[in-house]
Design a protein around this ligand. Structure first.
Ligand code: PLP
Length: 448
């Protein structure tokens, strides 16, 4: 099949195959598709794609100049230079927030936020299990208890309908994570938060420029955090930021991340216990320059993702992650879909991933069930936790910690990274073509 597959052509073939029952019979598949089409690359056939997808990060001369400016100015710490201040102002204004505190990473942004909110021993924090481990680690680092709320499998986001039943008298904060760059259901989350007087800390680490009802995520709850780690859509190797419209919270964050200083900048006046989670001028300089390309790159990702979704929706057994109606912009840090092996002759998900890789389409199965990580139970059973919480509560944790929908999602998810959405539309055709090819040859792959 040619690499310039048109959507119509692809859809026609898929529908033709589906309508005559292609799932059932290899004979039917052979009637519909040419034999060399059917030989999967994993079994020695020709891969659909041999060239690589766009590389990341994108580097231009402005990055080099900014970096070298910091180097030669010799003011490498953000307390002396102006690059971090400029980044904070620009990022806050791009997102429509009152202020921004740039940090060393997304993890330290979340950690600082929880400190500013006064979360500590004895508190519970509601979290999704479908996230990067940092969302949970920061809660455990405060000796608080992460309470997992199951995932809405269709959207891959926290199931906002299940949050209220997880609220107890200990609950202080909800951390919705806008996973993959799509938005969690913020209307429902804010409703529960208001009703129970809880704080909402948005983990927007994967959601640069994403929106909920035309407002940028990170500015909808009380605080929002970003990561600028190397894989992220806005990247300075490592880096992070806290956004808020609450000046008091911003001030606490700024103070905590700057060793508890009372005022912005250096000096020896301390008003609280703090830490050093500052960004460097080098990171900030890169961010200022990378920012100039973010909007353009985000548009390309959106367009390619929309096109790919239209193609993939036509393939039986492939379900692109649902975007809630309120999600007016998806940042597509990840392109996520669910894979149903029943539509692929029973080919297990992990085998499908290998076959897709062999066709030249990099992919992964994404997260494992985080709530089942043994380190969580071990932390909760540690001496420190036992000093704080009654034994009865700690042993009851196991009974509260079930996320069956998330378990299913972890076994059926397939992810593509954001860089795969930065190339030409024909790249999307090849992705769909490779999946279609695997579907048609699934019976062969199962037997191999
Ligand atoms: C959802 C989520 N939260 C938090 C983080 C932590 O960010 P960082 O790696 O910058 O510390 C990440 C980064 O991968 C993330 O994806």
């Amino acid at each position: 099949m040619s690499h310039s597959l048109t959507r119509r052509h692809f859809v026609q073939r898929t529908l033709a195959a589906a309508s005559i029952g292609w799932m059932g019979s290899p004979t039917v598949r052979a009637m519909v598709f040419t034999p060399n089409d059917a030989k999967p690359a994993l079994l020695g056939g020709k891969p659909i794609r041999t060239e690589s997808f766009p590389s990341w990060p994108k580097i231009a001369s402005n990055d080099e100049k900014a970096w070298s400016d910091v180097l030669h100015q010799g003011r490498w710490c953000c307390l002396d230079g102006g690059f971090a201040n400029r980044f904070e102002e620009t990022w806050a204004s791009m997102l429509g927030a009152k202020g921004c505190v740039a940090t060393a990473s997304g993890t330290t942004a979340l950690f600082t936020s929880l400190k500013a909110l006064g979360v500590g021993p004895g508190d519970e924090v509601i979290v999704p299990p479908y996230t990067f481990v940092a969302t949970i680690n920061v809660v455990l680092l405060q000796y608080a208890v992460p309470v997992f709320v199951d995932t809405d499998r269709e959207a891959s986001q926290i199931d906002a309908n299940k949050i209220e039943s997880a609220v107890t008298s200990r609950t202080k904060v909800i951390i919705p994570v806008h996973i993959g760059g799509s938005s969690a259901h913020m209307d429902k989350i804010l409703e529960v938060a208001r009703k129970h007087k809880l704080v909402v800390l948005e983990d927007a680490c994967q959601a640069h420029l994403a929106e909920w009802r035309q407002r940028k995520v990170s500015t909808i709850g009380d605080l929002g955090c970003f990561s600028f780690q190397a894989s992220k859509n806005l990247n300075s190797g490592e880096g992070g930021a806290i956004l808020s419209n609450d000046e008091d919270l911003l001030e606490r964050c700024r103070s905590f991340h700057n060793n508890g200083r009372g005022k912005r900048g250096p000096g020896f006046e301390f008003v609280r216990n703090g830490s050093n989670h500052r960004i460097t001028e080098f990171q900030a300089a890169l961010l200022n320059e990378q920012l100039t390309r973010l909007e353009g790159q985000t548009k390309i990702r959106e367009q390619n993702a929309a096109y790919l979704t239209n193609l993939l929706r036509e393939i039986p057994g492939i379900s692109p992650a649902r975007m809630y109606d309120g999600c007016t912009r998806n940042a597509y840090h990840l392109y996520m879909f669910r894979y149903d092996s029943k539509a692929f002759a029973g080919l297990p998900r992990d085998h499908f991933l290998k076959a897709l890789e062999a066709e030249g389409i990099p992919c992964s199965g994404g997260y494992k069930p985080l709530n089942k990580e043994p380190f969580i139970e071990a932390t909760l059973q540690s001496r420190h936790y036992r000093n704080i919480y009654p034994e009865k509560e700690l042993s009851a944790y196991k009974d509260r910690n079930h996320c069956p929908e998330n378990d299913k999602l972890c076994g059926e998810a397939v992810w593509f990274t954001q860089t795969m959405l930065l190339g030409p539309r024909s790249d999307m055709d090849q992705i769909a073509e490779a999946i279609g090819k695997i579907q048609r040859s699934a019976a062969q792959l199962v037997k191999a």
